[in-house]
Design a binder for this molecule. Structure first.
Ligand code: ADP
Ligand code: MG
Length: 640
């Protein structure tokens, strides 16, 4: 099963047909244990039959009315029920009544069935959403989030469309068609039914062929339309660049090229639509003419009445209406099948990381974390970790430092079991994390990441995310420990302040403190801080460092650090470089050794000192300007 987004070069994946898709959808459309929904399905189909019978009555009212009228103006009126001859007007009324019954029942049926279809939509969408959360991080990194939500949205639309088209259009048309064949054979003779059968088969196969052909043309038209738009947008966005290189005429020519393709494809679309419509009309008219010819012949032979002629005509005109939509219905059903299939493909994708059948919950005692000779690669041809071993003793703090890209964050992802090492193992209190239940593992480990993304809700909601059932007092206590309580209480709406999308209304330091507060609330025995402060300036960092020291007190902690000054107190420091631990020891020991760590330390110290000096100089500059700069000069600057 592939889930790669189809690239234009790749051949289109094999799609299941209508029947196969229905078989997969059936358990959702026929909900077991939901007698109320099942009753609705029966009722909807019952109403469908009644509505179609009413549809069949309509041509008959015309027939009788015609024969009655013919009799009233002095002709013969054979075959008209006695008593109705005097009442052609009544028959016209009956026609109106039958039509109202037909339309009314159709609407009631649609309303009844909507609940069944929407219930199926909801259940499948929910299952897919749940499953998406179960799939691995790798899957999510490879697919854009927008792409996933689009699959969900289109799949939902597809199910709705498919059940609507099938139950409300396709099946009724088939029922009506069968009734028409029966009525024609009964009222006249089998020649009529044979002609209509041949006509409808020819009509449908022509529509199928022509629609298949048109789908390709329409796809080309849409592609060239998108292409022309992209070119225009890109060109106008690059307005300045175009001017720098005097490339207006080249840009225009490029746009014209796309527009030429669009012109050609849309012309083809219109021409093909004309071909489709003309072909359908010809086939239908041939069938209609043949039936009318038969009827005319039978009238002259005295086998039927003028009313019979009207009956056949009305019935065929009625049938032409649903037939007319068949091309569109076929196209939409086909699209719905593709959309539903995309959704099912995700639903049937096995999670890369799954609990073993015999997985037991992690039993956390002292919370000792041990990496044993861990080898790992995201892609087999590029090893990231090459034999990493270390132990974080109960309640101890181990720091990992090293250049960016060394594999530090990868260690934390492995500890969370977002991925599994190819070799070696990771154990918590002696239990291999690959053999315990994922939910118990993730409950035991807390994480403060480098970039905190918050939910678009209130501050209170985001802190409480750490432990949903926490009391308000506990939330406030966590905020206090993370040193964000005073900030929150200073806000007009306090804990109910919305944080905006991705938490954009908070500063980096505030967001980070919310992340710390929710981890404190979660209260995990093991803690990972992955460069939790490196996105912040050094002043904010120092403030937050204090909060972080609070959280890690008494917890087994793995600190991944960017700035070495934040880890001087760690029990052990590991220097990771290209997936190997090149040095390890305490801050003092590593400095004394004079190796990589010592060199890094000295470089950062110098950089920090230089930055501090620069900042002090800038501050002095600002002070001076504010005190004495002539106001005219400042206005000039402001005007710019
Ligand atoms: N999902 C991924 N797929 C492939 N390569 C990845 C993935 N995530 C990270 N890498 C690569 O693994 C290496 C280590 O990444 P990481 O552990 O994030 O480094 P850091 O030490 O800076 O935290 C980097 O070279 C990165 O490009
Ligand atoms: Mg990292």
């Amino acid at each position: 099963m592939t889930t790669e987004p189809a690239s234009p070069a790749a051949p289109a994946p094999e799609r299941p047909g209508l029947v196969a898709t229905y078989r997969r959808l059936w358990p959702y459309l026929w909900p077991h244990g939901r007698a109320d929904l099942q009753r609705r399905v029966y009722l909807a189909f019952g109403l469908l039959l009644v509505a179609k019978l009413a549809t069949m009555v309509m041509p008959f009212t015309f027939k009788w009315a015609t024969d009655a009228l013919v009799a009233a103006v002095g002709g013969h009126a054979d075959g008209v029920p006695a008593g109705l001859i005097a009442a052609p007007m009544l028959l016209i009324g009956a026609y109106g009544l039958a039509r109202i019954v037909m339309v009314g029942l159709t609407q009631v049926r649609d309303g009844l069935f909507a609940k069944v279809a929407m219930h199926a939509v909801r259940r499948l969408a929910l299952q897919t959403f749940e499953h998406m959360h179960r799939l691995s991080l790798r899957f999510h990194l490879e697919r854009k989030t927008g792409g996933l939500t689009r699959v969900l949205e289109r799949g939902r639309g597809g199910i709705e469309e498919l059940s609507r088209l099938m139950v409300l259009t396709l099946v009724p048309t088939i029922v009506e068609f069968a009734l028409v064949l029966g009525v024609l054979a009964y009222e006249f003779d089998w020649h009529y039914s044979a002609v209509v059968l041949v006509m409808v088969v020819a009509y449908l196969s022509f529509t199928y062929k022509a629609t298949e052909w048109r789908i390709g043309i329409r796809r080309r038209m849409n592609a060239s339309d998108t292409d022309a738009n992209t070119k225009a947008v890109d060109s106008l966005l690059n307005f300045e660049t175009v001017k720098y290189f005097g490339a207006e005429s080249r840009e225009t020519a490029r746009y014209d090229e796309s527009m030429a393709r669009y012109e050609k494809a849309s012309t083809q679309t219109y021409v093909s639509l004309a071909v489709l419509n003309a072909g359908q009309a010809v086939i239908f008219t041939l069938g209609m003419t043949a039936v009318m010819w038969l009827a005319a012949r039978d009238i002259m032979a005295g086998r039927t009445t003028i009313g019979g002629f009207v009956l056949a005509n009305t019935m065929l005109v009625q049938l032409s209406m649903p037939l007319n939509f068949m091309g569109m219905i076929y196209r939409e059903i086909k699209q719905a099948l593709i959309d539903i299939d995309d959704m099912f493909r995700i639903l049937h994708r096995n999670p890369e990381i799954a609990d073993r059948p015999d997985a037991s919950p992690l039993a956390v005692g002292n919370a000792e974390v041990r990496f044993e000779d861990v080898h790992f690669a995201y892609n087999p041809d590029r090893p990231i970790l090459r034999g990493v071993s270390f132990t974080v003793g109960p309640g101890k703090t181990v720091a990992i430092v090293g250049p960016s890209g060394a594999g530090k964050s990868t260690l934390s992802r492995l500890l969370f079991r977002f991925y599994e090492p190819q070799n070696g193992r990771i154990a918590i209190d002696g239990q291999d994390i690959a053999s315990v239940r994922q939910d118990s593992l993730r409950a035991a480990v807390g994480m403060v990441p480098q970039d905190t993304v918050l939910f678009n809700d209130t501050i209170g909601y985001n802190i409480r995310y750490g432990r949903w059932e926490a009391s308000d007092a506990e939330v406030r206590e966590a905020a206090r420990l993370a040193q964000i309580d005073r900030f929150i209480e200073g806000l007009p709406e306090g804990y109910d302040t919305p944080v905006g999308e991705r938490g954009l209304k908070l500063s980096g330091g505030e967001k980070q403190r919310v992340a710390i507060a929710r981890t404190i609330l979660k209260g995990p025995p093991i803690l990972v801080l992955d460069e939790a402060t490196s996105a912040l300036d050094s002043f904010t960092e120092r403030e937050i460092q204090h909060a972080l020291d609070q959280v890690s007190r008494g917890r087994t902690t793995l600190v991944i650090a960017h700035r070495l000054s934040t880890v001087v107190n760690a029990d052990e420091i590991l220097v990771l470089d290209r997936g190997v631990i090149v040095e390890r020891g305490t801050h003092g020991a590593l400095l004394a050794r004079g190796g990589t760590y010592a060199a890094l330390w000295n470089r950062q110290r110098e950089a920090d000192a230089a930055r501090e000096a620069l900042k002090r100089a800038e501050d002095r500059e600002e002070d001076r300007e504010e005190a004495g700069a002539p106001s005219a000069q400042r206005d000039a600057v402001a005007a710019e």
